[in-house]
Design a protein around this ligand. Structure first.
Ligand code: SF4
Ligand code: SF4
Length: 311
């Protein structure tokens, strides 16, 4: 069934979907890029993909016709202490929740540890002597691509060794251009702050797992996280046919929504390894992605209808 995009004509905020998985290697990016492709068949350039896996963004590897159209540097503000004005009172260090400041009054020593600083600005606000100024320091690059279909792709890439993963994701999301009606976020793996930042404002989460003991363990952690955040979610099982039935039993015992199963296919896996993810897709995989896309379209239409009813 085809659902038009007219339903979103009066929607002020984009509908946001995160694709997440507790562990790496489950095929989260495969699902993200394919959903971007299949949903673009229905939504044209009203769908936009953002790679929030800023430590290891690789969605670009599967979009062979992508062309970079812009790049900018993401920065964080790092405080600098003026020794001429500093009285070494230590108030800034007391206010810093991240132990990023070392002040030793006797030695007249004041130092900022930039790798611990979260640019919260508390130290500047605390200082009564106007001794702190803030300077931008690069943390990574944000690039925008045209992809040959859909609305495009934004990729955040954190500088190697930088601990500012969460801030980089925030800045990457802030830099999404245009006014697209549906945004897809390819989330980093894990269940910590970077994932929370990625899913924090989404309408729906697609959880990707595999039917193995590791996949099952991490799926439960992810479900715990999105449940606590009160986010609706559905599950995609990748590499179906491998492993055991634990994941299936868990999903059915808890009445969770199974969006689709992508069967394990050696042919598809070898295509993945060469980056030809979107070409000559096996029929069985094509059918699964069409089904998942259709369900997501129905969900968006349903949510939008409720949104209008509630107003
Ligand atoms: S609060 Fe200001 S004056 Fe006090 S130690 Fe920090 S920078 Fe120096
Ligand atoms: S900006 Fe925030 S995190 Fe950074 S040194 Fe100041 S108080 Fe600490």
């Amino acid at each position: 069934m085809y659902i038009g995009i007219g339903i979103w004509n009066f929607l002020f905020m984009p509908y946001k979907i995160a694709i997440a998985s507790g562990k790496g290697g489950t095929g989260k990016t495969t699902v993200s890029v394919n959903l971007y492709k299949y949903l673009s068949e229905k939504l044209s350039n009203n769908i936009y993909l953002t790679d929030c896996d800023v430590e290891e963004p690789n969605s670009l590897l599967f979009l062979n016709n992508a062309v970079k159209v812009s790049e900018s540097t993401a920065t964080q503000l790092i405080p600098e202490i003026d020794p001429e004005k500093c009285t070494y009172c230590g108030k800034c260090a007391d206010w810093c929740e991240f132990n990023a400041l070392s002040i030793i009054k006797k030695a007249k020593f004041a130092e900022v540890n930039a790798t611990l600083c979260h640019s919260c600005g508390a130290c500047s606000a605390a200082c009564n002597f106007d001794a702190i100024t803030e300077h931008p320091e690069p943390i990574g690059k944000i690039a925008e691509y045209e992809t040959g279909f859909g609305g495009g792709l934004t990729v955040g890439r954190l500088n190697i060794g930088s601990p500012m993963q969460t801030m980089m994701i925030e800045k990457t999301k802030e830099s999404i251009p245009g006014n697209h009606k549906v945004l897809l976020f390819d989330s980093p793996p894990g269940t910590s702050c970077p994932v929370v930042e990625t899913v924090s404002d989404v309408n729906y989460v697609v959880l990707v797992t595999e039917p193995t003991p590791f996949g099952f363990h991490d799926l439960k952690l992810m479900i715990g996280l999105v449940t606590e955040m009160k986010l609706p979610f559905g599950i995609v099982i990748n590499k179906a046919g491998l492993g055991n039935n634990e994941v299936y039993d868990y999903i059915s015992a808890n009445n969770f929504e199974l969006l689709g199963e992508i069967p394990f296919s050696k042919e598809y896996a070898s295509r993945y390894s060469t980056g030809n993810l979107l070409e000559d897709i096996p029929l069985v995989v094509d059918t699964v992605f069409r089904g998942i896309s259709e369900r997501l379209m129905q969900k968006m239409e349903h949510d939008e209808r409720n949104h209008h009813t509630e107003r």
